[in-house]
Design a protein around this ligand. Structure first.
Ligand code: SAT
Ligand code: MN
Length: 608
């Protein structure tokens, strides 16, 4: 195959793609080039390759048929936000919340790292579609990678194959996604070295985005969003830029379908930061009789206007890359059902009978395990058995409650957008925004306690606007302006906006709300608000459920817990005003006037 490339014969029908593959091959010097077709056979081959290369082990086929367990290098376990760069032509275009680097300088540095970085390896060419192949809301990318783990994960997470090349045709546009684990098997001086089970570059990692040319260059990590470039890198960072240019939205949101006992349907999107329960909410099993939740997507939503002026969403992904710890029959029965076979588990623990285990998976702790670092584990050893950011990769079609229309190329019409995060205080269980502009304001000041999904300290409060802080590919103030502009464009046809918080705690630090399946009670109120049926009370923060409007039948909740859950902490809000002002200040004159106005109005409402 290499021969083909160097002699210039064609690997695909797309001349631009061929030229790019040739250029990358000349830089990275792989031994082979392989065009992936995304077939079941190819997927199996990648799993076998990983097993023979000691990257993975088969799980007991009687417990988890056709599934593998992978352990990464302990230095490569999560997204690396401090190594993630937005390389727009000017620093201001990346904005104060992104790491910026000058595009040419970054390319210079990375060309140095990429030089010969695939020696001894195969370069895989992965043509993929984000969204149903050929959908007017979908877009195409091609990832070039030297990692079979990435190939297998991309086959689950995206639509890979020849049909994508057919849509691309001879002149179609695609997002260039270049990835290397950064562990060549032949060094610059010609010495050979053996492969390791999880190749990566322990010292240098770069996850770089070039919004102007719509390119992604990733080096040194093989983990999750650093390496599966269709997900956060393309579907959020680059797509957010495309969305602004083209008048649509690329958001860090789940999409769920909610059906009431009368068989009426509403579609809802929800933005929560990584590891705050999007997957659980997207597949929730309602406790209110007659209500049904089905899943369209669990992490990302692309929304474009339909002919009727409403926003239609697709899930650009084809699988779930979910956080394993905390996932159980109790928290997410449907995810557990997805995982019974044909799944990839990363950084989970291994049981004595060849199955996987992670924290909170079962009510009883296993007596003995091999932990994610391949060490013996017993309940009293004082260590986690699975890494807190351990993941499963599983096909969406395996979800028992996947909505039949999840692959509808036209998308589904969105009635409501939810924002939320982990907040121990101040923010009530649910608040409805007065209007789109006010909702954009609420999204912009959203805060959450940090989780293990990103490297760094866990549990500190940070503002994470629209859950897009690590994922917005341009200046956050311009992003808010785009949100406001979208609202002006479609007025009353826009979804209603709500702010939810399942994580409020009492004075003793206990959660006030049971969460998980019981969140359907909040979804019901939201559904009814959209249908003009439920009552709401005006507060300075927004509209909250009128006493009795929240369906709590069958739920035992202390009387004062509900009062606290539905109260707006006015003093707490007042105390946050200066920090919001300070937060906004960093955006200078780019902060949209609409948000400045909303903050002023909020301040006034808190005084009166
Ligand atoms: O590793 S990923 O970025 O794909 C997961 C996440 O942070 O949600
Ligand atoms: Mn996410």
């Amino acid at each position: 195959m290499r021969e083909d490339m160097t002699t210039g014969s064609k690997i695909t029908r797309n001349a631009q793609l061929n030229a790019w593959i040739k250029e990358v091959a000349a830089m990275c010097l792989p031994d082979n080039i392989r065009l992936c077709n995304g077939s079941a056979d190819e997927y199996q081959e990648m799993l076998s390759l990983m097993v023979s290369g000691k990257t993975a082990r088969w799980l007991n086929p009687e417990k988890r048929p056709n599934s593998i367990l992978v352990w990464s290098d302990p230095a490569d376990v999560a997204r690396v936000e401090d190594r993630t760069f937005i390389c727009s032509p000017s620093k201001d275009d990346a904005g104060p919340t992104n790491n910026w680097a000058a595009p040419e300088e970054m390319k210079q540095t990375m060309r140095g790292l990429y030089a010969g970085c695939m020696r001894g390896r195969t370069l895989y060419v992965i043509p993929f579609s984000m969204g149903p192949v050929g959908s007017p809301i979908a877009h195409i990318g091609v990832e070039l990678t030297d990692s079979p783990y990435v190939v297998a994960n991309m086959i689950i997470m995206t639509r890979v194959g020849t049909s994508v090349l057919d849509v691309l045709g001879e002149n179609g546009e695609f997002v260039r996604c270049l990835h290397s684990v950064g562990y060549p098997l032949v060094l610059a001086d010609g010495t050979q070295r053996a492969d390791v089970s999880w190749p990566c570059d322990g010292k240098q990692k770069y996850i770089s985005h070039f919004p102007e040319s719509k390119e992604i260059w990733s080096y040194g990590s093989g983990y999750g969003g650093n390496a599966l470039l269709g997900k956060k890198c393309f579907a959020l960072r680059i797509a957010s830029v495309m969305a602004r240019e083209q008048g649509w939205l690329a958001e860090h949101m789940l999409i769920l379908k909610l059906t009431n006992p009368q068989n009426e349907v509403r579609y809802i999107c929800a933005a929560f930061p990584s590891a705050c329960g999007k997957t659980n909410l997207a597949m929730l099993s309602p406790t209110i009789p007659g209500w049904k939740v089905e899943c369209v997507g669990d992490d990302i939503a692309w929304m474009k206007f339909g002919g009727d002026g409403r926003l239609y969403a697709i899930n650009p992904e084809a699988g779930f890359f979910g956080v394993a710890p905390g996932t159980s029959d109790e928290s997410n029965l449907n995810a557990m059902a997805c995982l019974t076979r044909d799944s990839i588990f990363t950084n989970c623990a291994l049981t004595d009978d060849g199955d996987v285990w992670w924290e909170q998976m079962t009510p009883r702790l296993p007596a003995h395990l091999i932990d994610w670092t391949a060490k013996e584990w017993t309940p009293d050893c004082g260590r986690n058995a699975a890494h807190p950011n351990a993941r499963f990769t599983t096909p969406a079609r395996q979800c028992p409650v996947i909505a039949p229309e999840w692959e509808d190329p036209q998308g589904v019409p969105i009635s409501a957008v939810l924002f939320g995060g982990r907040r121990a205080g101040v923010i009530p269980l649910v608040t409805e925004a007065f209007n789109w502009r006010h909702g954009t304001f609420l999204g912009s000041i959203m805060g959450s306690e940090t989780t293990a999904a990103a490297a760094g300290q866990v549990g500190t409060l940070r503002r994470d606007p629209m859950a897009m802080l690590p994922f917005c590919g341009y200046n956050m103030a311009d992003y808010w302006a785009h949100w406001l502009g979208m609202g002006e464009r479609s007025g009353a046809k826009m979804p209603r906006i709500f702010y939810v918080n399942w994580f409020r705690k009492d004075a003793e630090g206990r959660f006030l709300w049971p969460g998980y399946s019981e969140n359907c009670r909040v979804l019901k109120w939201i559904f009814e608000r959209c249908a003009g049926q439920a009552e709401a009370l005006e507060t300075p923060l927004g509209l909250i459920p009128e006493k009795g409007a929240l369906d709590l039948r069958g739920l035992s909740l202390a009387a004062d817990a509900l009062d606290e859950l539905l109260s707006v902490d006015i003093d707490g809000c007042r105390m946050e005003l200066p920090s919001i002002e300070q937060y906004y200040q960093q955006f200078g004159s780019r902060l949209p006037e609409g948000l400045r106005h909303e903050l002023k109005e909020f301040g006034k409402r808190l005084q009166s």
